[in-house]
Design a binder for this molecule. Structure first.
Ligand code: FES
Ligand code: FES
Length: 218
């Protein structure tokens, strides 16, 4: 009886030893394996300095910055174009509106490194020397501002709006077709198309009048 028990115990010990040895070998093999080399190019780390070239108002700007720098901060802090304003920094007020390749965007919502080589126009690049852009002149004529904080964004937005209307881009407001078949840009449509630009001073009547006049001249 005693001999049979000792045999069983001996058998159990052999099994435990074999399993432990196999597990230890498996663990060593897994640890020794190198992680696979990724086939994609890893993104630079947020603190790594990279080269970014922006074409702002017709002039090339070669900059070094961390990839996390927004286009708005690059314009204001790296190049010194402070005409573009930071309001909410969250894409909600439109104060940072600029033109990239002629299209209006919120520069606080995009990274500068995503616009390497892009053609960028800010409020500083709209006038032709001493001659104001028609939208700028219309804003002055119609008192389209009070404190002026939103104004650069409003004007850039209005410039793009006029191009969009010319290109036939639809808004959610039903266009008013005149008797001669011409499409009239109504105040309701201007308000809708400019709805991404908030004015805390409430200068909206002047803004709408300015956009109406500038679009009729375009
Ligand atoms: S600062 Fe960009 S939308 Fe407000
Ligand atoms: S003019 Fe003051 S926020 Fe628009």
């Amino acid at each position: 009886m005693r001999i049979r028990l000792q045999r069983r115990r001996f058998g159990q010990l052999v099994v435990v030893t074999t399993v432990t040895a196999a597990l230890s070998k498996f663990t060593e093999t897994v640890i020794a394996q190198k992680p696979p080399t990724p086939s994609y190019k890893a993104a630079p780390s947020v603190s790594e300095v990279i080269n970014v070239t922006l074409r702002v108002n017709g002039k090339e700007q070669a900059l070094k910055m961390e990839p996390r720098v927004t286009l708005l901060d690059a314009l204001r802090e790296y190049i010194g174009f402070t005409g573009t304003k930071k309001g909410c920094d969250h894409g909600q007020c439109g104060a940072c509106t600029i033109l990239v390749g002629g299209r209006r965007i919120n520069s606080c919502l995009t990274l500068a490194c995503m616009h390497d080589g892009d053609e960028i126009t800010t409020i500083e690049g709209l006038a032709l020397g001493e001659e104001l852009h028609p939208v700028q002149a219309a804003f002055i004529k119609h008192d389209g501002f009070q404190c002026g904080y939103c104004t650069s964004g409003q004007i850039c937005s209005a410039v793009a709006l006029i191009s969009e209307v010319k290109a036939g881009t639809k808004s959610t407001v039903t266009p008013n077709i005149k008797q001669d078949g011409q499409v009239e840009l109504t105040d309701a449509e201007i308000r809708e198309r400019m709805s991404g630009n908030i004015c805390r001073c409430g200068a909206y009547p002047g803004i709408v009048a300015a956009v109406r006049e500038a679009s009729s001249q375009a």
